[in-house]
Structure formats: structure tokens, C-alpha cells
Design a protein around this ligand. Structure first.
Ligand code: NAP
Length: 456
């Protein structure tokens, strides 16, 4: 029997999920010096995960990694199986038997809950839904956001909240040449949103925006940032945080907030208000959202460990539309252990574990491994770590040849699954780019799976 990882006996790896961590794991395996054949499974017919359907349309530079993923996608030992849902069309056990190793890079597909009364009132949505909607994700394209309300609240102060705030406050002119979904641009053109309140439970020093994203909110064509300078007073622990050389982003963010606090009166037609030390305790309304009840917080704890504690002081704010932007969360997958508290697959350096036991041949990377943190590039180092663990385990793998996708196509055919290859995706890609040309957009995405399949 030839050694595993050679031309005669290639290492066969399944990757579940086609976002950044899946492609970076593929890249690391191809660079490993072993002969590796990769089958990448994706539930949508189209690849690239959050780079396609999470990154904001007005941030095209952040989508540049797609060029690398596309190169990887056309490598001979890479095989794409789009439109295949692991956990429904194929089981984890089937993959385990068909490959030497399986890497799960399926991201964090749902969102955290606020856990307050009225959270599900009409008019209260998750940022995940809104982001999916304006990016043309098939799961969210039929959502109907009522943009007739002048006042909008966004709960959370991370980069997703910044994205939502920008999309709500930009003019059609600023968005029309991006790859924003057509239905979203049409709805935003009719939007009556004027006052956007971005609400953080902790202080300005703890806001999670990266500084570039925050500054952008002060440079919009038709929206002024508004901040009450009194809310920028910092407690001693926060000053320690800002003086820490390893925490330059927070110091820059506070500088940015301060510069807005001293700007003159607003002149533009929309306003983005930043509030700190406030947590929603209830959403109210007769049938639909009308008011949000906020409790004033104080910070409690040592520097870098400060948490928000309610003071009992409550205030109400009118608001007809609300987006909860408080972080994503991974979903369990039948056949794998799940850490319900963290919303990840329990793992040690990317090896999936059940209690103290490593589950042989099963790995994870990206948000389903470490939780929803970091930027796109963070997933590269994360996937390299997982692939290193996998390569260290190589000697323990069964050395007999594994069939890979060839053994799975008949099963998928029997289930009437129309598997989308990478060549198929490139046809869909070309058709989207063509559709965009007439409107001077980089692409006009297909937002229904049936439309994507119809191209083929
Ligand atoms: P995030 O950065 O973790 O921010 C979540 C925000 O929600 C924080 O302000 C957090 O406050 C708050 N929060 C959490 N639970 C809350 C609760 N129960 N009540 C009130 N507030 C609550 O998450 P994200 O914005 O979803 O972003 C996810 C990741 O994607 C981040 O790493 C982000 O940088 C990245 N991303 C990057 C870009 C970009 O590079 N342009 C764009 C989008 C996303 P606490 O700090 O108090 O927990």
C-alpha cells in the first residue's frame, strides 16, 4: 500500500462550508507537500460564504480574497459540490467513511438572542436577516423590512452594526454602483429612515468597531454622527484600557467619538446617534414595535474585564424599527458534539472533541471553531492551525484509499440533488456579472436558488 498523501494514495479531505476558512484550509492543505484531493460541500449553489453574503456591498475591497478563492477553486485536485446540505443530503457519518478527514468550516449561521420581552415583535429584526437581505442571500431575499419608520435602533456596537448603519444612512447614489441586491436598493430608495440610534451596553472604550469602519460613519454624504460629550467620560479602568499599547483600536475609537462630540450642529438630512451604557430591557408596541425600554448601565470589573451592570434607571425611546446586532452564533450539526454555551463545535486546536476524547478524522475551523470574531484574514491563521493538527495526525489515519465524492454522487442523485460543480458556479458568476453591466454594477446577484440553477 502506497503512503497516504502520495499520487498513488492521495489524502482525501472533505470540507464542509465554502467561506474563507474553508478556502484557507484548502490552501494550507495544497501547500502541505502531500498529494491532497479536496471535495468542498456548500449548501448554496454559490461559494464564498460571508465574503459573498456578509461583507457589505459598499466595501468591495474586502471582497478581494474571492480572487484567491477562485484560483484555488480551479485547481485540479479541488472539487466543489454546491447545493448539497450536509446533515440533510449527506450525514456526517457518510463523510467520515468516505474521506480520511473532514473539516467543518460551516461558520455561525444564526444570531444571539437579547432575551427581552417583545424581542420578536414585528419591526424587530436581527442584523443577520438585514445583511442577508441586502446582500441577496436566498434565505433572506423575501424579508420585508418596513423602512417607513423615521427612527431606527441598532443594538450592539460591532462592525456588523456599523455595516447596517451605513446601509441605512447612505444615499441611493452612494450604493447604486455596488453589488447590493436590486430589491434592497429599491426598498432603500423609498426609505424614510432619518434618525439611527446605535446603542452599546458598555462604554465608548469598549465599542467593538474597528477604527476605519467607525470613522467611515463620520464621512457619509448625507448623515451626521451625533454624540453627547458627557457620555465620553471614562472611568479609571477604561483609561487603563486605552493606555495599553496592545489596545490601539479602542484609543483611536475614543478619539473619533470625541472629534464628533465637538462638531457643530448637524447639517445633513440623516443623523446617526451613538449611545453608551444602555441595555434594552423590553420592546413594546401594539402588534408592532413602537418603543424600546433601555436601562442605564455602569461598568463593573477590572480593566479588559468590565461588564455592564444595570442601575435600575430606565428610559423609553420611540422607535419603529430595530436591528439586534449582538453577534452571530453557530448551529449544531447532527452527528457532532456542540458547545451550546459558546455556539461552537468543541475542539482542541481544531480537532473536534467529545468531552476529553478526540473524534478521529473530524476537524473544524473558522467561526464554528472559535466563535464569531476577527476579520476575514483571521481565518487564514485559524485554518493553518487546524490543518497543522490534521497533518500531525496523518500517521493515525487509515492508510487505505478512500473513494471521496465518486462514492457520494450516486447517493445525491438518488436524492434528486442537483450538484453544482465549480465550472457550474463560474457560469452563474459570469451571468451575474453580465446582468450587472447594464447598471454599472460589478454584478447583479441571483437571489433565488431556482434562478441560479436556471443559468445552467
Ligand atoms: P461583535 O464585534 O462581537 O459586536 C457585538 C456587539 O454586540 C458588541 O458591542 C457587544 O457588546 C454587543 N452585545 C453582545 N451581546 C449583547 C447584549 N446581550 N446586549 C447588548 N449588546 C450586546 O460582533 P459583530 O458586529 O456581529 O461582528 C462579528 C465579527 O465580524 C467581528 O469580529 C467583526 O469585526 C467582524 N466584521 C468585520 C467587518 C469588517 O472588517 N468590515 C464587517 C462586519 C463584521 P459587548 O462588547 O459588551 O459584548
Amino acid at each position: 500500500m502506497s503512503h497516504l498523501g502520495t499520487i498513488d494514495n492521495p489524502l482525501r479531505v472533505a470540507i464542509v462550508g465554502s467561506g474563507p476558512s474553508g478556502f484557507y484550509a484548502t490552501e494550507a492543505l495544497f501547500k502541505s507537500g502531500h498529494t491532497v484531493h479536496i471535495d468542498m460541500f456548500e449548501r448554496l449553489p454559490v461559494p464564498f460564504g460571508l465574503v459573498r453574503s456578509g461583507v457589505a456591498p459598499d466595501h468591495p475591497k474586502l471582497k478581494q480574497p474571492m480572487q484567491l478563492y477562485d484560483k484555488i477553486g480551479q485547481t485540479p485536485n479541488f472539487n466543489f459540490l454546491g447545493n448539497v446540505t450536509v446533515g440533510r443530503d449527506l450525514t456526517v457519518e457518510q463523510l467520515r467513511k468516505t474521506y480520511h478527514a473532514v473539516i467543518f468550516t460551516c461558520g455561525a449561521e444564526t444570531d444571539r438572542k437579547l432575551g427581552v420581552p417583545g424581542e420578536n415583535l414585528l419591526g424587530s429584526y436581527t442584523a443577520t436577516e438585514f445583511v442577508g437581505w441586502y446582500n441577496g442571500h436566498p434565505d433572506y431575499r423575501d424579508r420585508d423590512f418596513d423602512l417607513s419608520s423615521e427612527i431606527v435602533a441598532i443594538i450592539g456596537q460591532g462592525n456588523v452594526a456599523a455595516d447596517v448603519c451605513r446601509i441605512l444612512s447612505k444615499t441611493v447614489n452612494e450604493l447604486k454602483q455596488t453589488d447590493i441586491a436590486e430589491h434592497a436598493l429599491d426598498a432603500l430608495a423609498r426609505s424614510r429612515v432619518r434618525e439611527i440610534h446605535v446603542i452599546g451596553r458598555r462604554g465608548p472604550a469598549q465599542a467593538k468597531f474597528t477604527n476605519r469602519e467607525l470613522r467611515e460613519l463620520g464621512e457619509l454624504e448625507d448623515c451626521d454622527p451625533i454624540i453627547d460629550p458627557a457620555e465620553l467620560d471614562l472611568n479609571p479602568q477604561s483609561i487603563v484600557e486605552l493606555e495599553d499599547k496592545n489596545n490601539p483600536v479602542s484609543a483611536k475609537n475614543v478619539e473619533t467619538f470625541k472629534s464628533w462630540g465637538t462638531r457643530g450642529a448637524p447639517t445633513k438630512s440623516k443623523r446617526c446617534h451613538f449611545h453608551f451604557f444602555r441595555s434594552p430591557t423590553a420592546l413594546k408596541g401594539a402588534g408592532r414595535l413602537e418603543k424600546i425600554v433601555l436601562e442605564k448601565n455602569r461598568l463593573d470589573g477590572d480593566p479588559f474585564n468590565q461588564s455592564a451592570r444595570g442601575t435600575g434607571e430606565a428610559l423609553e425611546m420611540d422607535c419603529g424599527l430595530l436591528f439586534r446586532s449582538i453577534g452571530y452564533r453557530g448551529l449544531p450539526l447532527a452527528g457532532l458534539p456542540f458547545d451550546d454555551k459558546k455556539g461552537v463545535f468543541p475542539n482542541r486546536d481544531g480537532r473536534i472533541i467529545n468531552g476529553n476524547d478526540v473524534l478521529p478524522g473530524l476537524y473544524c475551523s473558522g467561526w464554528i471553531k472559535r466563535g464569531p470574531s476577527g476579520i476575514i484574514g483571521t481565518n487564514r491563521a485559524d485554518s493553518v492551525e487546524t490543518v497543522q493538527s490534521l497533518l500531525q495526525d496523518l500517521a493515525n489515519f487509515e492508510s487505505q484509499a478512500k473513494p471521496g465524492a465518486e462514492a457520494l454522487y450516486p447517493l445525491l442523485k438518488a436524492r434528486n440533488v442537483r450538484v453544482i460543480s465549480y465550472a457550474d458556479w463560474r457560469k452563474i458568476d459570469a451571468a451575474e456579472i453580465e446582468r450587472g453591466k447594464a447598471k454599472d454594477k460589478p454584478r447583479e446577484k441571483f437571489t433565488k436558488i431556482s434562478e441560479m440553477l436556471a443559468v445552467l
